[in-house]
Design a protein around this ligand. Structure first.
Ligand code: KG4
Ligand code: ZN
Length: 350
């Protein structure tokens, strides 16, 4: 594994970071790409010493979704508190941190700026390296927290903004096998939840409701695509809308639980089928779930059932599926690459 060398901002000292550094790495990380303000301290990419998350759910419920300007302001209010709490939880001082890290993208620019600048300020104040982290890589790295997972494996990344099947060849080498050509899974969940009349945050509420419904009540369509490992959820979304409109006309009360369960059955079966085939194609028996939607009960159930057929399945603990800073720290440790100076800027899209 290549040695990754970093410079400290004030004294210009060299610090080596990562599994081959030969010393313990204590990384302080910040996540603020969307609607959670989070700080964490993680030892050697796996051992969580502190994990603090301030959720903005209460604020955004009022608007039925995340309003970027409101999110950025909320991050500003929460950032110092979560940083202090993380130091307190771990019982560690700034001097003892090996490097500071923060998400630099993809995400909401105003929100990212708050976390990234706080991370840079800490790096300058304590004269430690700063590492910019890609949020998507970090979701996959959530699987390294409190486990002994090592590449190679196949990852299914399912979040509010992305849906990808990734071949993770080594800590530093990845190949995208398939991805969505329109909506992300989380986005589809949130939109269909709104159509059914569920409050924000839609995904988790739809999941809860689905558990009380009949998954085979309604047959919803599955997209046929040129690359069999790609995804498309816009047709499913339209079919769900048409079904809901039809049922509303026919019934005095909408059979919401059956619709939710049928939608969830459709999505989870598609994700399972494609990911399993992709893993089989490259002879990988290890499959890893990542991203906020990896918290979904039915998706977890279907994938973990593959263990009966000899597959090794990993999914982060619930609190590390949705946005958190421990996964950012883990990614900084294992993947720290080019975004490692104070000059790095935030970016909204890949
Ligand atoms: O990874 P994440 O926290 O943020 C992004 O990076 O996008 O993912 C958020 C997404 C949202 O779309 C949310 O509705 C969805 O994950 N989500 C779920 C569940 N929990 C969160 N979707 C389905 N079932 C869940 N239990
Ligand atoms: Zn995320």
């Amino acid at each position: 594994m290549p040695k990754k060398e970093f410079k400290t901002p004030i004294s210009d000292n060299t610090v080596i970071i990562g599994p081959s550094s030969g010393h313990d790495n204590i990384i302080f990380a910040i996540e603020s790409s969307c609607d959670e303000t989070a700080a964490a301290i993680v030892k050697n990419g796996r051992e969580v010493l502190a994990n603090v998350v301030a959720s903005q759910i209460k604020t955004h419920i009022e608007f039925g979704g995340v309003v970027p300007e409101v999110a950025a302001r909320e991050h500003l209010e929460a950032i110092n508190v979560v940083i202090e709490q993380a130091f307190e939880q771990a019982g560690i001082k700034g001097e003892d941190i090996t490097a500071f890290a923060a998400t630099v993208g993809p995400g909401l620019v105003g929100s990212l700026l708050v976390g990234m600048n706080a991370g840079k300020a800490l790096a300058i104040a304590y004269d430690k390296p700063f590492i910019g982290v890609n949020h998507l890589n970090a979701h996959v790295c959530a699987n390294f927290l409190n486990t002994d997972l090592e590449p190679p494996f196949v990852a299914l990344l399912i979040s509010g903004g992305h849906t990808q099947i990734i071949e993770v060849k080594s800590y530093l080498e990845q190949r995208i096998i398939g991805e969505t050509i329109d909506d992300a899974v989380g986005e589809a969940y949130d939109k269909v939840a709104r159509l059914i009349g569920l409050p924000y945050p839609g995904g988790v509420n739809l999941d809860k409701l689905a558990q009380t419904g009949n998954p085979f009540a309604y047959k919803l369509p599955e997209a046929k695509l040129q690359n069999e490992f790609d995804f498309s959820f816009s047709g499913l979304k339209t079919a769900s809308l048409q079904l809901i409109q039809k049922l509303k006309k026919e019934n005095s009360t909408l059979p919401a639980a059956d619709i939710a369960a049928s939608f969830q059955e459709n999505v989870s079966s598609t994700l399972l089928k494609k990911t399993k085939k992709a893993a089989d194609n490259i002879n990988s028996a290890t499959i890893v779930l990542a991203g906020g939607v990896a918290a979904n009960s039915e998706i977890r159930k279907k994938f973990f059932a593959l263990q009966d057929n000899g597959y090794k399945i990993y999914a982060p603990e619930m609190k590390y599926c949705t946005d958190n800073a421990s996964m950012i720290a883990s990614s900084a440790y294992f993947l720290a690459g080019t975004m490692n100076s104070l000059d790095v800027e935030v970016f909204s899209r890949m």
